[in-house]
Design a protein around this ligand. Structure first.
Ligand SMILES: [Zn+2]
Length: 206
C-alpha cells in the first residue's frame, strides 16, 4: 500500500467575535476565557482555536456525510476495530486507533491580536425552562470579529487511492460548519472558510 501526503490549509474568516474556550474558570474574574497558547520568543500568549476543536467539528460532519453514503457504501463506518472507513482513517477511533491526520491549532494571522480581545456579557439560560437563571449574569472573553482570520493546517499520510476522497471529505466538512465556539445562537463565532490543498512540502515535516 503506497501512501500519499495530504496537506490542507484552512482559513476561518470571522465576521463576529468568537469564543473558543478552555471551559469555565480561569485566572481572573471573567467566567469564560479564550484558549491561549504561549509564545516563548515574544514572551506573551495569544488566543488560538485548538486543533482538537476543529477535529471534533469535522469528525461530526464527515461521520454524518459518510453515514448518508455520500462517499459510497464502503465508507460508512462499521464500528469494528479494524474498520477501514473514511471516518476511522481520518480521525481514528475513540480510545483505540489513531487517525492518519494531524489537526494543528488555528492561529491568528494578525500580529496584534490582543487588541481585538474583548468581553461580552451574557445571561445564562435555564436549558429546560428557557428562562434566565437567578444571578446568572456572566462574562465571556471573545476575540474579533470583523476580518479576524485564524489559520491552521491538517496533514498526514493516507493510502494513495483514498487521498482524493479524504481531501473532498474535509472540504465538505468545513462547508458544513459556519459558526464555532460558545454563543453561536447569539451571533458569536460566525465565519466563512477557505480550504486550500497545498503542495506536500507546505505542511509538517516534508
Ligand atoms: Zn469506521
Amino acid at each position: 500500500m503506497s501512501l500519499a501526503k495530504v496537506c490542507i490549509t484552512y482559513r476561518l474568516e470571522f465576521f463576529t467575535p468568537v469564543h473558543v474556550g478552555a471551559g469555565t474558570g480561569g485566572r481572573g474574574f471573567l467566567d469564560k476565557y479564550l484558549y491561549r497558547e504561549r509564545d516563548y520568543h515574544q514572551k506573551k500568549d495569544y488566543p488560538i482555536i485548538p486543533g482538537s476543536t476543529i477535529k471534533g467539528r469535522l469528525r461530526a460532519a464527515v461521520t454524518a456525510l459518510a453515514r448518508a453514503q455520500v462517499y459510497g457504501p464502503e465508507e460508512a463506518c462499521r464500528e469494528t476495530e479494524d474498520c477501514p472507513c473514511l471516518v476511522c482513517l481520518i480521525f481514528g477511533q475513540k480510545g483505540n486507533r489513531r487517525g492518519h491526520l494531524y489537526f494543528e491549532d488555528a492561529r491568528p494571522t494578525y500580529n496584534d491580536i490582543d487588541r481585538l480581545v474583548g468581553v461580552r456579557p451574557g445571561i445564562a439560560m435555564d436549558r429546560y425552562r428557557r428562562v434566565a437563571r437567578d444571578n446568572a449574569l456572566y462574562t465571556v472573553e471573545t476575540v474579533g470579529g470583523k476580518n479576524v482570520v485564524f489559520q491552521g493546517q491538517i496533514w498526514g499520510w493516507v493510502p494513495e487511492e483514498k487521498r482524493q476522497t479524504v481531501v473532498a471529505a474535509l472540504k465538505d466538512a468545513f462547508a458544513f460548519n459556519y459558526a464555532l465556539g460558545f454563543g453561536k445562537s447569539r451571533g458569536l463565532g460566525w465565519f466563512r472558510v477557505q480550504v486550500v490543498e497545498e503542495g506536500s512540502g507546505k505542511c509538517g515535516t516534508p
